[in-house]
Design a protein around this ligand. Structure first.
Ligand code: OSB
Ligand code: MG
Length: 369
């Protein structure tokens, strides 16, 4: 298949309410929406989930734009593509920059599954037609967190994740557990602790958390192994797992019992699927992590979560969780705590053109001549 044209749309929208992590607060969300068009005019869509500043990973929207424009798009234009799973190899000549790669690679997966007239989730051999929804509370004020959780349970979410950091951990979780004793609950620290905090982290065992996500630093694979030996709560790695090899190392060192797979963080759908398969072979549970994304990226997360190993509800929330109006149609909705995997070809959602026009502040077209 020959890619004839690629368009980049820079978009920006305020979140309905600020989202706080141990590393900072997101108020407005930028993203790059990628449209790839083949020789027959069929279109595929992808989304770059890097943030405006490099707080979660090294990438930003601007570095992603540079990578796409000057390196990745030329690599896609260079020769025809036989299969979408060859793009990851083609991109290996460029180091890192996983979110930029994932945005373009996923657009090509969407395009191929459309050409094959198959829903993406079937194209990648997904095994379930609906996926359990999960939601993240983005406030560390105890009162706000409790009232947000109440609203989300009413909306049907079956799993809640809260953000913790030193000074906003034990007491927050204690209050949540007091009010919701049986809620499937997990805590995400975004690297806020060190092994010096082991007493506190041990104390969290009493809350019966599904897991604690990324308690220690990004490169603390060895330290996480030490920690997992000391605490009962399963350790889940997020930021630490950027490559297939990272996942292999974490499994070998027993640094975690769970891995959060994010398509953007691991450089695309091909790697996400490979890490899923590796975890399946090694008895490691996986779930799909969120990036405060728009509907295009969410659609890929839904498709990925239909794979057999995604046994735990992911950060899979409705369009209305973050957005007044999402950039896709129909909006993602929760029904009885689940999201239906769409039945139409590709990602199964259309671009909401009216909304795209409102939120696009820059665009550029690249032609393969
Ligand atoms: O650490 O999982 C994280 C959002 C942005 C950056 C990092 C993380 C998050 C979330 C997911 O917690 C929020 C969501 O999209 O539902
Ligand atoms: Mg996380």
């Amino acid at each position: 298949m020959k890619i004839k044209e690629i368009k980049l749309f820079m978009i920006k929208m305020p979140l309905k309410m600020p989202f706080s992590t141990s590393l900072g607060t997101v108020i407005e969300r930028e993203a790059i929406i990628i449209e790839v068009i083949n020789q027959d005019g069929v279109k595929g869509y992808g989304e770059v989930v890097a943030f405006s500043t490099p707080w979660y990973t090294e990438e930003t929207i601007q570095t992603s734009y540079h990578m796409l424009k000057d390196f990745l798009i030329p690599l896609v234009f260079k020769t025809p593509i036989e299969q979408p799973n060859e793009i990851e190899k083609r991109f290996r000549s460029i180091r890192g920059n996983h979110m930029a790669k994932a945005g373009l690679e996923t657009a090509i997966w969407d395009l191929f599954s459309k050409v094959n007239q198959s829903p993406l989730w079937r194209y990648i051999n997904g095994t379930r037609s609906e996926v359990p929804a999960g939601v993240v509370v983005g406030s560390n004020c105890i009162k706000d967190a409790l009232s947000q959780i109440e609203t989300y349970l009413y909306e049907g979410y079956k799993r809640v994740k809260v953000k913790i950091k030193p000074g906003s951990d034990f007491q927050l979780l204690k209050e949540i557990r007091r009010q919701f004793p049986f809620l499937p609950l997990m805590a995400d620290a975004n690297s806020a602790y060190t092994l010096n905090d082991i007493a506190l982290l041990k104390a969290l065992d009493e809350f019966n958390l599904l897991m604690i996500e990324q308690p220690l630093a990004v490169d603390d694979i060895v330290e996480h192994s030490r920690l997992q030996q000391e605490i009962k709560t399963p350790v889940c790695l997020d930021e630490s797992i950027v490559t297939y090899h990272d996942a292999e190392s974490a499994i070998k060192l027993q640094s975690c019992r769970v891995i959060n797979i994010k398509i953007g963080r691991v450089g695309g759908l091909n790697n996400a699927i490979a890490i899923h398969d590796l975890c399946q072979r090694n008895g490691i549970q996986v779930w799909c992590g969120g990036m405060i994304e728009y509907g295009i990226s969410r659609a890929f997360n839904i498709a990925l979560s239909t794979l057999k190993g995604f046994s735990i509800p992911g950060d899979l929330s409705a369009s209305s969780r973050f957005w007044e109006e999402d950039i896709i149609l129909p909006f993602v909705e929760i029904n009885n705590g689940k999201i239906d995997a769409p039945l139409s070809p590709g990602i199964g959602f259309e671009l909401n053109q009216k909304r795209m026009d409102q939120v696009t502040y820059y665009s550029e077209t690249f032609s393969n001549i």
